[in-house]
Design a protein around this ligand. Structure first.
Ligand SMILES: [Fe+2]
Length: 434
């Protein structure tokens, strides 16, 4: 089916699956939360948010809307940025003690992902690690339906409101892993771009590069027909490779980044640009929720595992912390130079959608043209200069590679194979760009 990129392969998948929640997108739609929740037949909810949003205007809008619709709520906000298994266990305990018919999450990816995983533990007990695929976890099946979940993102990057995955730090393993299951898909997503009006430019930049990489990784991922045929119709993983549906969302999201990222970061009053970035984040979430990301996300996990003594300026976090979008973009130019060999036309297309200067470029130049455009955008939005810009040096590259090689599924979704040595070389090539 579709273009040559999806040419049939005798051992490969011959179908793909599409999943997304019911979406409402538009300025002011957070005010509709109560009515939309009540329409689900729900009268009492658990409201998940984080400590920084708890007393702010967005949670106030959510509470007011719920009250007007006659819905009672109890609030859980003991969620850390970059949530871990302890956040999730606390969330599940809260759900047991505060009976509710549904869960509402108001926050960034950390809040939405904590809500998703808490729903699993609330239903089936255990710890998050039990639900990770072997050999990391026990691969415990998620069997019972979860409570309805209404996700209201407050940043323009995560896309978690549109995906059936939860990304969590597993403390025992000291790194992040993904729990994936179709039942994690939120029931409703309310995407209100107004929530980004007051975000500082560094948050728009880091979340914007998260959305940028979601879209680029989906569009350049291995074709679904190159992934193995599944044993049973219900065994398909969300990482199923690029497909005609994820292409549509990814291409549009890449174009939005090319047109609006610099504007949205550098001019807080440019609501047109910021609204577009919010829409782009949703599109990129729809894309990666149906195809999976690859090396930039896989290699970001090594970075967040091994970051030490780094506190990113402008973020209210005291522990070592690199915002997720920064941890992804710092390796992306080096990675796309490498992966272009596996899907040159798609890398060149991506560069063009990002409005790269591609005069005279051929598919042989695709990696360089795409990397150069990303580096331009990084400079224009005050991003760190590669992994050297967030405190790593050549001596760290082996350990970074050893950590990230555990992300086998995402690595296998890249259009070009890579082993431990390749990952180490990629980190070396990502030390600095200018
Ligand atoms: Fe991401």
């Amino acid at each position: 089916m579709g273009c040559q990129y999806f040419a049939p392969n005798s051992d490969g998948a011959d179908s793909f699956t599409v999943a997304m929640p019911r979406l409402t997108v538009g300025r002011g739609t957070l005010h509709e939360l109560g009515e939309r929740t009540a329409a689900l037949g729900v009268s009492r909810i658990a409201l998940f948010t984080d400590p920084h949003l708890l007393d702010g205007p967005l949670v106030a809008i959510a509470k007011d809307s719920l009250k007007k619709a006659g819905i009672s709520y109890t609030i859980f906000s003991d969620i850390r940025v970059e949530p871990d298994d302890e956040s999730v266990s606390r969330g599940a305990t809260f759900l047991k003690q505060a009976p509710c018919d549904a869960i509402v999450s108001v926050g960034g990816g950390s809040v939405i992902d904590t809500a998703k995983a808490s729903l699993i533990l609330h239903n089936q007990g255990g710890q998050p690690i039990d639900y990770l695929a072997p050999p990391i976890g026990a691969g415990k099946a998620i069997t019972a339906p979860l409570l309805p979940h209404i996700a209201c993102p407050t940043t323009s990057g995560t896309g978690s409101e549109c995906t059936s995955i939860s990304v969590l730090r597993i403390n025992e393993l000291n790194t992040k892993f993904v729990i994936a299951h179709p039942s994690l898909l939120p029931t409703l997503a309310i995407v209100d771009p107004q929530v980004c009006d007051s975000l500082p430019s560094n948050a728009i930049a880091s979340t914007g590069f998260d959305l940028c990489c979601h879209a680029l990784e989906c569009y350049t991922a291995r074709a679904y027909t190159q992934h193995a045929k599944i044993a049973s119709p219900t065994a398909r993983q969300y990482i199923q490779g690029a497909n005609p549906f994820s292409d549509i969302a990814a291409r549009e999201a890449i174009q939005i980044v090319g047109r609006y990222l610099e504007r949205g970061v550098n001019d807080a009053s440019d609501t047109q640009a910021r609204d577009q970035l919010m829409w782009g984040a949703t599109l990129a979430g729809i894309a990666f929720g149906n195809s999976g990301t690859h090396l930039p996300h896989a290699m970001s996990y090594g970075i967040t595992h091994l970051m030490k003594d780094i506190t990113t300026v402008g973020y209210p976090v005291k522990d070592p912390f690199v915002p997720h979008g920064i941890s992804v973009i710092v390796t992306a130019p080096a990675i796309f130079r490498y992966t272009a060999d596996g899907a040159p036309t798609r890398h060149l297309d991506s560069a063009r959608l990002l409005l790269a200067d591609d005069k005279g470029a051929t598919p042989d130049d695709a990696g360089e043209v795409l990397a150069s455009r990303l580096i331009h955008l990084m400079k224009a939005t005050q991003m760190p200069n590669g992994i050297g810009g967030i405190g790593f040096n050549k001596a760290h590259t082996k350990a970074l590679a050893r950590s990230s090689i555990r992300q086998g599924r995402a690595i296998a979704n890249a259009p070009r194979d890579s082993n431990l040595v390749d990952l180490e070389n990629l980190y070396s090539n990502a030390l600095s760009y200018w």
